[in-house]
Design a protein around this ligand. Structure first.
Ligand SMILES: Nc1ncnc2c1ncn2[C@@H]1O[C@H](COP(=O)(O)OP(=O)(O)OP(=O)(O)O)[C@@H](O)[C@H]1O
Ligand SMILES: [Mg+2]
Length: 247
């Protein structure tokens, strides 16, 4: 596990998220067997892996939604292992689950206004800033959640987190089921978030999307990390990845 980028990511200072030996269980059934993972400030990190290897479980464990865990989870150099999910959000970590969680009966704007400010990262965006960054949400501001396309729902789910002031967002397969042109819009959205200073931990099956948007990759299999490498190493990793991911 070497890092082939010109400047090692460690040069960014201490990791914003540092995970060591994370184990997690659904009841008696163990799903994570010692996961190690780092996200440095401002980085976009992508977690790759086949279906059922524990990617969503990793995100849920970090947020404290899945409670039965052991190991170390440090965020901004403070342990968050024992914190409830709302406390993790207060610490500055936001989660956009695969199912997006848009309220169908509320409009775009009502959805945007719903979550309270929770964290003091200085990165929270006003409604105006969000609309400037994502003009299509402005166009759709009075549309009910039910009338949004999958891509619009995904954008809304991400934008909604930005109002809360978190400094890192966890995204579970944001491009799933979306048309290529919309996938590109989500990519532009991630670029804007990165420019705003947010760190991003992304679970993604769309390898081409991940290749365009990530600084660093982790590959997961059966509840452990089996590889970790910088985007510069991607070409050399292609064949091994095809085997590991079965693509
Ligand atoms: N609620 C649950 N109860 C029991 N076992 C679960 C639960 N959710 C997931 N699992 C199991 O935990 C393992 C990891 O699942 P997880 O959803 O984290 O995989 P994933 O990598 O996100 O897969 P996918 O790419 O299909 O989303 C799988 O074996 C799965 O069957
Ligand atoms: Mg999943």
């Amino acid at each position: 596990m070497t890092d082939g980028s010109a400047t090692p990511r460690e040069a960014r200072g201490p990791a914003q998220l540092r995970v060591r030996g994370l184990e997690a269980w659904y009841g008696e059934s163990q799903a994570l067997y010692g996961v190690d993972l780092d996200v440095y400030p401002g980085e976009t990190v992508t977690l790759l892996g086949r279906n059922g290897v524990g990617k969503t479980t990793t995100l849920r464990s970090l947020m404290g939604i899945l409670r039965k865990r052991s190991g170390e989870i440090d965020f901004d150099q403070r342990s968050i292992l024992r914190l409830a999910p709302h406390r993790v959000a207060h610490a500055g970590m936001g989660f956009v689950p695969e199912e997006r969680g848009i309220f169908a009966s509320l409009t775009v704007e009502e959805n945007l206004l719903l979550p309270p400010k929770v964290a003091n990262s200085g990165m929270e965006m006003s409604l105006d800033e969000i609309y400037t960054l994502f003009p299509n949400l402005l166009e759709r501001r009075h549309s009910p959640g039910t009338k949004l396309s999958g891509g619009e729902q995904q954008m809304l789910a991400i934008a909604r987190i930005l109002r809360t002031g978190v400094s890192m967002i966890l995204l579970d397969e944001p491009t799933e089921g979306l048309a290529p042109v919309i996938v590109n819009r989500i990519g532009e959205m991630l670029t804007a978030l990165k420019a705003h200073g947010l760190s991003i931990l992304l679970v993604e099956q769309n390898f081409r999307f991940a290749a365009r948007n990530a600084d660093h990759f982790y590959v997961m299999d059966h509840g452990v990390m089996i590889d970790s490498f910088a985007v510069a190493e991607l070409p050399a990793k292609r064949e091994a990845l095809n085997t590991a991911l079965g693509v």
